[in-house]
Design a protein. Structure first.
Length: 207
């Protein structure tokens, strides 16, 4: 029993150290940009030896990938479609209320993702930029699933195709839109949430 507890304790310490390195990397990437960031700078911010950083993440590109995954998932490894806020949206029968729940849930993700946009904009065309490109493909697929769910609860407004609805949701709830309003224009996350939900209700259902 003592050996099991000791093993768990080591695993917990390792997990805590990994999270500290990820959050340190996030901060340094946002502060300095991808190209100016060094593994030494991240290790110093995290308070670990640089060898520990390399042992855990191997390369700066791989570390960026893991940082992006953390911005989407947070400290919970559960994918967003399986997290409580999304499951509540799925269970909600009213499409308009579903939109409210989706907007509220997305705020916590966008609050982490939006500050990293300049990091990825600086590496478009580089191997590191593939992290963002792939993430956007996955996000669009997620928006397709979301619109499919909404259509089953309430038909879209006349003249609006499902493809157009996916485009609207993709842009209106995207990190670039969130960054423009919250980080650059100074809106509160709650204000963005109200605006996004209202815009989606209007554009998808005309209400």
């Amino acid at each position: 029993m003592a050996e099991v507890k000791k093993k768990l304790s080591r695993q917990q310490r390792a997990a805590a150290t990994r999270q500290r390195m990820l959050k340190a990397a996030y901060d340094v990437f946002v502060d300095l940009g991808y190209k100016a960031t060094t593994m030494d700078a991240i290790s110093q911010r995290a308070g670990v030896a640089v060898q520990t950083l390399y042992f855990t993440f191997h390369t700066k590109d791989e570390l960026l990938q893991q940082v992006h995954e953390w911005t989407v998932l947070g400290d919970d490894p559960t994918p967003p479609p399986l997290q409580p806020w999304y499951l509540a949206a799925v269970a909600e029968r009213d499409a308009l209320r579903t939109i409210d729940l989706i907007a509220e849930g997305l705020v916590t993700i966008l609050d982490r993702v939006a500050p990293t946009l300049p990091v990825f904009e600086a590496v478009v065309g580089d191997p590191a930029g593939e992290v963002w490109a792939h993430a956007q493909e996955l996000r669009r697929a997620g928006m397709d699933d979301l619109v499919e769910m909404l259509v089953k609860k309430r038909p879209l407004r006349p003249g609006l195709t499902k493809r157009q609805a996916v485009d609207l949701v993709f842009v209106l709830t995207g990190p670039a839109t969130y960054r423009s309003f919250v980080i650059e224009a100074g809106w509160s996350p709650k204000r963005w949430c109200r605006w996004a939900a209202a815009a989606l209700r209007h554009d998808l259902y005309g209400v």
